[in-house]
Every structure is written in C-alpha cells, then in structure tokens.
Ligand binder design. Sequence first.
Ligand code: KG4
Ligand code: ZN
Length: 341
Amino acid sequence: MILGIETSCDDTSVCVLDSHGVVRSLVAAGQDDYHRPFGGVVPEVASRRHTEDLLPLIDLAMTKAGVTWGQITGIAVTSRPGLIGSLLVGLVTAKTLSLVHAIPLLGVNHIEGHLLAALLRDESYSPPEGFAFPYLGLAVSGGHTHLFHVLAPGKYVLLGQTLDDAAGEAFDKFAKMLGLGFPGGVAVDRAALGGDVMAFVFPRALSQQGNLNFSFSGLKSAALRLLQSMPPAEWQARRADLCASFQHAIVEVLVEKMRQAAHHLEIKKWTVTGGVSANSRLRARAQELAQVEGAILALPPLRYCTDNAAMIALAGLYKLRAGLVSGQDLSPSASSLPGDW
Ligand code: KG4
Ligand code: ZN
C-alpha cells in the first residue's frame, strides 16, 4: 500500500493506493473559498490551509481504506514543481512520517503524476481496453501545458510545452476580464454553451507545422484588446460568443499539436489530463480526433484529472518497484529539474 500526498498548489489531497494501482481511498480539501476574494491563489494562504488540513486528511484516508501504518510500504509525495511553501508542507509531513514509521520516501514530480493518472483504477474507472505504455500524454492545467511521449514509468520525452502562460491560466485570466469569477476555466466553459465559436477570431500562436510548443500570452493580450475596443454592454451581451471563440482557439491548438505529435511518432494511444481536461469542448474534440485517427484515448474522470494524490501515489508505486527511494535530503523545487525528462 502506498500513501500519496499532494500539496503542490491549492488542493490538499491524500490517497491510499494498493499494489495493483487500485485507489482504496482518496480524500481532499479544496481552497477555492479562501482564494476567491483575491481572484487567484495566494501562496501564503495555500500553505496555511495545507498545514491545517493535511494531518486530518491522512487519518481520514487511512481510516477509509482500513489500513494501519504497518501496511504502508511507501510514502509518495509531490516534491516539484509547484508553490514552494505548499510543497514544503507535504514534503516535511511525508519525511517525518517516513522517519517515524520507517517507510520508504518517494518524491514525485507533479507532472509525472498527471501523465500516469490515466492508469489508475477504482470501482468505476479503469483505463480503456488496450491503453498501455508507450502513449502520448497532454498534461494541461493552470500551471502546465506539456506534451510528452510517455515511454514507460520514469521514461518521458518532452515534445513541447508552453513558452509562457499555461492554458488554464489563459482561461482563468479571460474569466477575470469578463468578471466570471475564480476559478475561471469552468465558468468560461459554461458561459460558452450555445455560443458561436467563429464569432471572434483569436490568434493561434506557434501554429507552424512541426512546432509542438505552445504560447497563450498573445491570446490573452488579444482578448484584452478586443474587450477594451467594445462597449461593456456589447461584450456582456455577446459573452457566450466571446467565451466560445476564446475556448475554441485554445482547444484547437491543443488538439492540433496532439494530432501532429501522434502522426510524427505514429502513436495511437493518447491521454489528456490536468484540470483543463475537464473542459467539455476539449474532451469532445479529443474524442472526435481519436475516432478519426483510430486512436485509443484515455480521458480519466475529473477526480484524477485535477490535482489529486492518487496520481502521485501511482507514480510512487512505480518508483518503489524500480528501487528509486528518495533520501531525507529531498528538497522542494518550484520547477522541474534536469533529469526529470
Ligand atoms: O490540475 P488543476 O486542478 O491544478 C493545476 O495544477 O493547475 O487545474 C486547474 C486549472 C485552472 O486553471 C482551471 O481554470 C482549469 O484547470 N479548469 C478548466 C475547466 N475546469 C478547470 N479550464 C477550462 N475548462 C474547464 N471546464
Ligand atoms: Zn496539476
């Protein structure tokens, strides 16, 4: 049994995972209500919330799974990338429990967790038939937009990443401009319902064939300029069209880069994970593309797409099997490190 701990940003999450990658318990405390008044995640507030919530959640996860410390064979924890104060809370807790109970410590890169999430199992989810390594993985959230060739556990080839903002960040900032609140991605998704995706043309950066990197900061500036050029009454009246067109621009870029990478690598197993994979249009367009290309697409349920400790526990399970145990000198890092891929 692996105990997984995730505190890299603004979700405190704990999981007990068995050796078959089956989730025995997954519990979490979100922090949206604490950050909403500030319109974004406040790092200091996030760390304080983790400090308060983590130990009770660990007790709860173990009780729900019906396990004792003697049954835990590894403690997996996100050590990077993320908010340094948030990471520190999870990491210090994991290190302490590892020392006290003499259980191996397994430091995990958060993005690696997202990439492996599609392989988790529980009573209502298992990966689609035939989905296995190697596969194409798009991890797209508020903090990352990364496209990988996932060869095997611990073997990842980075094909492209955002050069500036993450896709979720672009959604959040656009929502803020429109006064749709925090977190913004889901609000834009909802507001886009019934809107015309062709009503406004937003730029699609780095769209040259073969370039698998992403850039969303130009899109954000274009949206701001467009809104500033319209009387507020007009953009309020056309909110659905604006959201649909903006969402369309992001989704088409994500899906087109996946298509190009899949062709280039001749790979027919794909996964899309991270908070933005909750987006209804992205899910629909990825499914359409997979059908056209005859690919197997793993779209994990939202509980494994947004930040969660189950994906961290699974990455830890693979590390334990490979003998990749971390030392007590493991430090948090705001960014990924050379050698992670
Ligand atoms: O993976 P996640 O929970 O945390 C990070 O690691 O960032 O992702 C959160 C991000 C936020 O930017 C949020 O606005 C976005 O995912 N998001 C969405 C949707 N639901 C969440 N973006 C677009 N459409 C959605 N339905
Ligand atoms: Zn994440």
